[in-house]
Design a protein around this ligand. Sequence first.
Ligand code: DX5
Ligand code: ZN
Length: 222
Amino acid sequence: MTIISPSILSCDFLNIESEVKALATCQNIWIHLDIMDSHFVPNLTFGGPVVKNLHKITKHPLDAHFMVTNPEFFLDDFKNYKIHNFTFHLEACHDPVDFIIKGKKLYPSLGISIKPKTPVSQIPKDVLAKTDLILIMSVEPGFGGQKFMEDSFNKIKDLDQLRKKNNYHYQIQIDGGISNLNAKELTRAGVDNLVAGSYIFSGSPQNYPQMVESLRPKIDLE
Ligand code: DX5
Ligand code: ZN
């Protein structure tokens, strides 16, 4: 079943607890956490103090997306925060295979992300074989509410083909500019996990579950 990952970057930060709890009734969702350091990307968000107790207010898996220059620091720092998936950027890591091996000892799932200008061919084979998730950025990382980059479809198709051909186990996640206008075509192309921020959180909290469901392909609902 397709996973939908609401990104709390677009939620009301004065009420994070009630915003996250408004998603309580959803099925098959991850809570997407955008960690930015104002270095790897221009923007700055939140870190450990905000994340460490989130697991107490939600049963949904926590999905941390690190847009940081030094992912090694966070790999250790977040290890007790009950994060389900830890995603780092290929562009920020000199030895991604070693990083994944270390990370797999600390987190149930380890993911790697590529920015729009990084081609799929730049992901080493050993990474493809070992990673649990590949996050394709379909906007320049740093901000919510940007326009989806259409050429992301080629990356999805390439990664889906590679996975089938080599029996790789990674799931394909996409992040940036996701809405009901592109969600279904993306899942058809091979995406397993859709991150959406502004689309889900633009309405009122009682409608969040409905917004989540509107991103799911029909086949999931049958
Ligand atoms: C952007 C973040 C995204 C962001 C997506 O750098 O990685 O997770 O929240 O926001 P929308 O869905 O509004 O494009
Ligand atoms: Zn993200």
